[in-house]
Design a protein around this ligand. Structure first.
Ligand SMILES: *Cc1c(COP(=O)(O)O)cnc(C)c1O
Length: 439
């Protein structure tokens, strides 16, 4: 499998180079060429296959010769260490919980998978990678956890001071070893600007191999397609003869884009719903045909506060930029915080199920779609454990959530962060640390 750049200038590369680079030299996102559908045989037997086996058959062609089969199996085993349960909520609505990983949000699978791939490449070639991540909370946590103790990597996290939850901050700042947390006196956008600047800064690029662990990186993005196959397998067990539609709480649109890729492998999903908070660039685009990215607005589903979703160009590529085709297969709806909190309350009262704000947005999008599409059964993804957003959930429901053991341990740990005010402070500190670490 080769990857082309969506900016069409850089030359095609294999999986290994795409992972190490993150972004193509011309600034474009990498996109897989010539995706081959999995055969009928795969789909006839999927119900009997283990998640591990499914994941292997799904990801194999995307990795090609970059990693041998034995090591792909090892990487999958290290990645899929938890379950993805499907739970029936209403007659035509199910939820798949993607948050049973170590940092309690769905990004654990992509982060662990990518860390294990880089580990393999770096060992083989005695190569060092510095991974830069700007985070509003969940990404940094998953990447820190995934890369903790992985040889040949140092992870540099930038997060906005006082704008992440207590649990998120502890997940970012209590790792030590090869994880460095920069606490930025500013917003998430300021963090992201520093990362972008670093990628263009010769003093960095001459001395360090920089890569990104954002969903632009194909090793973080593509394994997310596993969820759709696992969800389909569970759905088949029901002997349900309706269509399957899936609603995904979306911010950077990496997860849902991996879902759409899975249909290129033949997965029979009838319709996708990208559910967003009031950061509604994509819903607006579907309504008006005009794509106008804007600055992000703060909401209670903060992992989706994205005004310019980086993966949307990949979705357009899948549909050959054909607006009509896209609209037949893909809907996108936006909901505000009041609606989100109402959904959390209603689902708790009616079904005794606790949603986090992101899952609640996914639920709302699915409801809206199913209102007009009676022949579908719907699944929405619950992307974070409600405890990660306990302040809002507890206040709305008037209850106390039970803390998982993992979280009780985490909160006791001491925070280590390097506080910085501007890019120059960041640069000086990081160059010093890298030298000390022999990077
Ligand atoms: C990152 C994240 C999302 C959005 O996923 P994208 O792939 O960026 O669309 C949704 N929910 C949670 C909890 C997240 O951490």
């Amino acid at each position: 499998m080769l990857y082309k750049s969506l900016n069409k200038i850089s030359k095609k590369v294999n999986f290994e180079t795409a992972v190490k680079n993150g972004l193509a030299g011309d600034g474009g996102l990498y996109f897989p060429e010539n995706i081959k559908p999995l055969g009928n045989n795969f789909y006839q037997k999927i119900i009997k296959k283990s998640n591990h086996q499914i994941a292997f058959e799904v990801i194999n062609q995307f990795i090609g010769d970059s990693i041998d089969k034995n090591n792909i199996h090892k990487i999958i085993k290290n990645t899929l260490m938890f379950d993805f349960p499907l739970i029936k909520i209403e007659k035509n609505i199910r939820v798949v919980e993607l948050y049973h990983g170590p940092t309690l949000a769905f990004k654990d699978v992509g982060a662990k998978f990518m860390a294990n791939c880089l580990n393999y490449f770096n060992k083989k070639n005695k190569y060092n990678s510095t991974i830069l991540v700007a985070t509003s909370g969940d990404t940094g946590a998953a990447v820190a956890n995934g890369f903790l103790g992985i040889d040949g990597t140092q992870v540099v996290i930038l997060y906005p001071s006082e704008r992440v939850s207590e649990i998120q901050e502890k997940q970012l700042t209590t790792n030590k070893k090869n994880i460095i947390a920069f606490e930025v006196d500013g917003t998430f956008d300021d963090c992201q600007k520093m990362v972008k600047k670093a990628f263009l800064d010769k003093e960095f690029t001459n001395s360090l191999n920089l890569t990104s662990a954002n969903s632009i990186n194909v090793a973080r993005w593509l394994p997310q397609s596993f969820y759709y196959f696992f969800a389909y397998k569970e759905f088949l067990k029901e002997n349900n003869n309706k269509d399957l539609s899936i609603s995904v709480p979306s911010g950077n649109f990496g997860n849902i884009c991996a879902g759409i890729i899975s249909t290129k492998l033949g997965l029979p999903i009838h319709h996708f719903i990208a559910s967003t908070n009031i950061n509604d660039t994509v819903p607006k685009y579907l309504q008006t045909g005009k794509y106008s990215p804007k600055a992000s607005v703060r909401t209670i589903s903060n992992a989706m506060d994205v005004g310019e979703p980086s993966n949307f160009v990949r979705i357009l590529e899948i549909f050959n930029n054909d607006f009509k085709k896209l609209k037949n297969f893909f809907s996108s709806y936006s909901f505000n915080d009041t609606q989100t909190l109402e959904a959390i309350t209603n689902v708790y009262k009616r079904h005794d199920y606790i949603l986090d704000p992101h899952g609640a947005v996914g639920y709302l999008g699915l409801k809206k779609y199913l209102n007009k599409n009676l022949n579908s059964t719907g699944i929405f993804f619950e992307t974070a454990h409600p405890i990660k957003f306990s302040e809002d959930v507890e206040k709305t429901l008037g209850i106390k959530l039970k803390k998982p053991e993992l979280i009780k341990e985490l909160i006791k740990k001491n925070k280590y962060s390097i506080q910085i005010k501007n890019y120059n402070e960041f640069k000086n500190e990081l160059l010093k640390i890298s030298q000390k670490n022999n990077f």
